[in-house]
Design a protein. Structure first.
Lengths: 176, 186
């Protein structure tokens, strides 16, 4: 089973696999693959721990009830699947360092953590504003040729490319 | 068991969700897209792995889903949107995407591969950002989210044509784009 232990598969093969997976979720579960709503539900569940059932009265949580649902289990599965894959290929590593980041900003863990945290807040906020993420809009929505998803996906990358160029070319002065 | 009965079986649905999630995470990791460097490489336009994975998924998924729909076996799940929601929200998402270096799906995968910035920075941040949005939602819903509303319309519906007249040429264009990337050595 060498192929299960390979470090990387062809991106075309991986993409086709995700496409076939979407046939399966539509057919067997009547669902499209998505990930960001699970984070919103989790956020509501955590808030409920502190503020009790009042949280359920928030208009947003009336639409997206803070509970474990199909997509929540899917996201848990993504964590498990990536863990299994990285262990099989020997690339599992507890780390905070990534070469593109350290080449520009050094290896101070706290700086990378703070920037990741800030990025997470903005992305979590934006995914709810747009009503989906790179999976829900970027793959599932675009493959259905939904107008809102094509606009969102193009904006994800437009915003992402401009921001990445700003961070790595302007802020870091382009040194690599 | 008919599909309708299967769709309503909570236990089986959770098992299917778990299995599909594991396969999805496995594929994302094998594709390299749970790696911060690969995602940032894409946004810096140096490494086109992310686009190759996504467009291959869209081509394969699109042909299959519309074939299943034509056979009456699945129904579509279009998300509603508007310029104020999809475009503005999309740009905000993009800023966070490049700052974090993962998206909500790949951040879960990256935690699975041992990336602590994905767990302590990414997951924690996304939960807080989502909560902030839930608090601001009543105000946004009355204002910007309604601007330029186009509902759940699909591109074939907007053009008022048979869906296959968008699906086939659309997939061909995406395939040509992939060929172009490959030929350009990207």
């Amino acid at each position: 089973m060498d192929w299960l232990e390979a470090g990387r598969w062809s991106p075309y093969l991986v993409g086709a696999g995700i496409g076939v997976l979407s046939w399966i979720t539509f057919l067997l579960s009547d669902k499209a693959i998505g990930c960001s709503t699970a984070f919103a539900r989790t956020s509501g569940m955590i808030e409920k721990l502190f503020r009790g059932d009042k949280v359920k009265e928030k208009p947003y949580y009336k639409e997206f009830v803070p509970e474990i649902d199909w997509e929540w289990i899917l996201v848990l599965g993504v964590f498990a699947g990536a863990f299994i894959s990285s262990v099989l290929s020997g690339s599992f590593r507890i780390t905070i360092e990534h070469s593109v980041w350290t080449a520009h900003f050094g290896d101070t863990p706290i700086l990378r953590l703070l920037v990741a945290f800030a990025g997470g807040i903005v992305m979590g906020f934006g995914s709810r504003w747009a009503g989906g993420c790179t999976s829900g809009h970027g793959i599932s929505g675009t493959l259905q040729w939904t107008l809102s998803s094509w606009i969102a996906a193009i904006c994800f990358f437009a915003g992402g490319i401009i921001t990445a160029l700003f961070i790595f070319e302007v802020l870091a002065g382009g040194a690599s | 068991m008919t599909l309708d009965v299967l769709h309503k079986n909570r236990g089986l649905q959770f098992a299917i969700a778990m299995l599909c999630g594991v396969v999805f995470g496995f594929l994302l990791q094998k594709g390299g897209v749970t790696d911060y460097d690969v995602i940032i490489g894409q946004l810096l336009l140096r490494d086109f792995t992310v686009v190759k994975v996504m467009l291959s998924a869209v081509i394969t998924g699109s042909l299959g889903i519309y074939a299943l729909k034509s056979a009456g076996l699945v129904k579509l799940h279009p998300k509603p949107g508007s310029l104020g929601s999809s475009a503005v929200g999309g740009l905000i998402f993009g800023v966070g995407f490049a700052t974090l270096g993962y998206c909500p799906g790949t951040v879960s995968g990256a935690v699975g591969t041992g990336s602590l910035d994905a767990l302590l920075g990414g997951v924690a941040g996304i939960l807080i950002g989502s909560g902030l949005y839930a608090s601001l939602y009543p105000r946004l819903r009355r204002g910007i989210l309604q601007k330029g509303d186009f509902g759940t319309k699909s591109i074939p519906e907007v053009l008022n044509v048979n869906p296959w007249l968008v699906v086939i040429p659309g997939c061909l264009i995406l395939a040509v784009l992939l060929l172009f990337l490959e030929n350009a050595g990207l």
